[in-house]
Write a protein that binds this ligand. Structure first.
Ligand SMILES: Nc1ncnc2c1ncn2[C@@H]1O[C@H](COP(=O)(O)OP(=O)(O)OP(=O)(O)O)[C@@H](O)[C@H]1O
Ligand SMILES: O=C(O)C1=C[C@@H](O)[C@@H](O)[C@H](O)C1
Length: 329
């Protein structure tokens, strides 16, 4: 009997345009990651068992389907286990499902020693997400951002990547305590806003992602009944730095794009720090049980990052359960 292990990771993200109203969407990657470990043992038929680190009640069907789809594709029946460990809160609007699917698919390929093209992997993840029932449109926009990094503009119906740009910002995230599963979102109320969302999408296509994000956030707050106050407060405090903020995905999280410090003078850096502190105080007062993340946009490719991660895990004979979210070459 042979035993094989594989590793993968992929990025979380934020929303510029939620695709649920008009099928066309836009998302960007953050440096928050999900890591996956897949173990395979030879077996005459397939059985896949998934678990999510420190989250025994979360739904593991998506990651199990991802492993199964790769085993089926290469006709490799196996007894498989998959474990994910993540920095991304589940059902927060921060692309946890796309990151989990991409990381798991890459880890399964790594365990088998097989390769697929980037888009084949992304499409398998979207297919699994639809089958698991965790998405409305398939969220190809989120899956592309999570895999390719940067900002991705997509048509989720035809699964076309229409535009990809590098994206350089500091990102501030407010993740309220509550969850909002994409599958349970109010689609009909979102679709009511289709024409407005299409206008925001056109703006995204011109590359004015911040304006598109602000507009999208207000539209979906209206449709889904979220108070836009966290985004407005953030933009008011960050006005000097042209901060853009908006609802991410189907909520409840808000993300804000702030300039990278290396583009600012020393005085401006101090001013920005003060603004960030104020935003965090206001958000903490608005959502006492919520979590605030300070991260950056990410322009790396998940496959490249996964290779580095796999090498680190395998060379050190490490175990994902003990992994502490830091690795170097
Ligand atoms: N770390 C993880 N490991 C395994 N499955 C996960 C993980 N994170 C999310 N999922 C799956 O994704 C589902 C949540 O998907 P959902 O689309 O509602 O949230 P999201 O991706 O965080 O939000 P959004 O799509 O709005 O950004 C979970 O129920 C679970 O099935
Ligand atoms: O489930 C879906 O189809 C989606 C959910 C959200 O993340 C959106 O931001 C995304 O554009 C589409």
């Amino acid at each position: 009997m042979t035993f094989k292990k594989g590793y993968g990771c992929a990025f979380g993200g934020g929303t510029i345009i939620n695709a649920i109203a008009a099928w066309k969407g836009c998302a960007y990657a953050t440096q928050l990651k999900t890591y996956a470990e897949v173990c395979l043992s030879d077996a005459p038929t397939c059985s896949v068992s998934g678990s999510i680190y420190e989250n025994p009640t979360a739904d593991t069907r998506l990651i199990e389907l991802c492993v199964q789809s790769v085993l089926d594709l290469f006709d490799c029946p196996a007894e498989a286990t998959v474990l994910t460990k993540s920095e991304i809160p589940i059902a927060g609007g921060l692309k946890s499902s796309s990151a989990a699917a991409n990381a798991t698919l890459i880890a399964t390929l790594d365990a088998l020693g097989e390769k697929l093209s980037a888009d084949e992997i992304v499409q398998l993840g979207v297919k699994a997400a639809k089958e698991a029932g965790v998405t409305i449109t398939g969220a190809y926009d989120d899956a592309c951002a999570s895999f390719y990094g940067g900002v991705a503009v997509t048509d989720n119906k035809t699964m076309e990547l229409l535009q990809r740009d590098e994206f350089h910002y500091n990102v501030l995230i407010l993740n309220p305590e509550t969850k909002a599963f994409s599958a349970e979102t109010n689609v009909s109320r979102s679709v009511l806003m289709k024409d407005l969302v299409e206008t925001a999408f056109e703006i995204a296509l011109t590359g004015d992602y911040k304006k598109a994000m602000k507009l999208n956030g207000l539209i979906y707050c209206g449709a889904l009944g979220f108070d836009p106050a966290p985004a407005v407060a953030c933009m008011e405090i960050g006005e000097k730095f042209d901060v853009a903020a908006g609802l991410s995905g189907t909520g409840p999280s808000f993300t804000a794009l702030l300039p990278c410090s290396d583009l600012l003078s020393k005085d401006e850096q101090k001013e920005l720090q003060t603004a960030v502190l104020k935003i965090k105080q206001i958000w903490a007062a608005q959502f006492p049980g919520g979590k605030i993340y300070e991260t950056k946009t990410c322009n790396l490719n998940a496959l490249d990052e996964s290779r580095r991660f796999s090498k680190y895990m395998k060379n050190g004979n490490r175990d994902l359960k003990e992994f502490n979210f830091a690795f170097n070459d």
